[in-house]
Design a protein around this ligand. Structure first.
Ligand SMILES: [Zn+2]
Length: 254
């Protein structure tokens, strides 16, 4: 009898969490007001260079992400509400749970629940919902040549982003942050996973350009600027990136 009651209570909690997450997900792209985006910094490899780098960061280092969103919103004829209100919340000492590598759908669901529980335990944000939380994990580029894939979760509006701790790469880091942030809002990738090349037409900044190649800008969810049928380059900064028409549709700007 008690076991049955416990299971019913647990199911009830899961249902409430599910409904809450679904409502946040829908409301995050209603754009009735600028969406609050809370940025947390994490020392990904526990090293001294990363610790020093993190202490040098200020909210100004992430302002280009907010400017990118508001400039692009304007281009789609949207008001200032269709933008973000970015806040730097400081550092978190604990590492968030690692996403499964090539795991099953079940592994992904379990990780998503663990991640949301971790966020609930380690952040304390008040104010009206929905709110996006981005966890930026920084690594020393001298010791890490490659970084694991970043993840944006629409359920819970959470991003877990891996970045290099280097002022030289800060502008490119903002491209990665904007990409993962847009995943959180429901945007999908517009590049070929096998070749990393942007998909035509959705991954092209200007699919009407004549001649089509080389393109001059990158589409944010393609992540690269197509230069020839077999070559695409990573943009230096968000100044060379746009939100394409498919991505705009996915985040309810059109
Ligand atoms: Zn992606």
């Amino acid at each position: 009898m008690f076991k049955a009651i416990r299971i019913i209570i647990l199911l009830f909690i899961l249902l409430a969490v599910g409904i809450g997450a679904w409502r946040d997900k829908t409301r995050s792209v209603e754009w009735k007001r600028a969406l609050p985006v809370h940025v947390f910094l994490i020392n990904g490899d526990g090293s001294q260079p990363v610790a020093e780098y993190l202490s040098s960061l200020t909210v100004d280092d992430f302002k280009p992400v907010a400017s990118f969103m508001s400039d692009e919103a304007k281009r789609y004829g949207r008001s200032a509400n269709a933008s973000i209100d970015l806040k730097l919340e400081g550092q978190i000492k604990l590492l968030p749970p690692e996403p499964p590598h090539n795991g099953s759908t079940w592994d992904a669901i379990i990780w998503s629940l663990k991640m949301r529980w971790w966020v609930y335990r380690n952040t304390d944000i008040v104010g009206p919902r929905p709110q996006v939380k981005l966890f930026l994990l920084y690594f020393d580029p001298a010791k890490n040549k490659m970084l694991p894939h970043s993840t944006g979760l629409q359920e819970g509006l959470i991003g877990r982003v891996n970045l290099f701790a280097s002022h030289d790469m800060a502008k490119q880091n903002n491209v990665v942050i904007a990409h993962e942030f847009l995943h959180v809002l429901g945007a999908t990738d517009h590049y070929d996973r096998a070749t990393n090349l942007p998909l035509f037409p959705d991954g092209y900044a200007d699919p009407e350009l004549k001649p089509l190649l080389p393109q001059h800008f990158a589409e944010i969810m393609a992540g690269r600027t197509p230069k020839s049928p077999t070559e695409a380059v990573i943009p230096d900064s968000l100044d060379n990136v746009v939100i394409g028409s498919k991505t705009a549709l996915e985040i309810n700007w059109r």
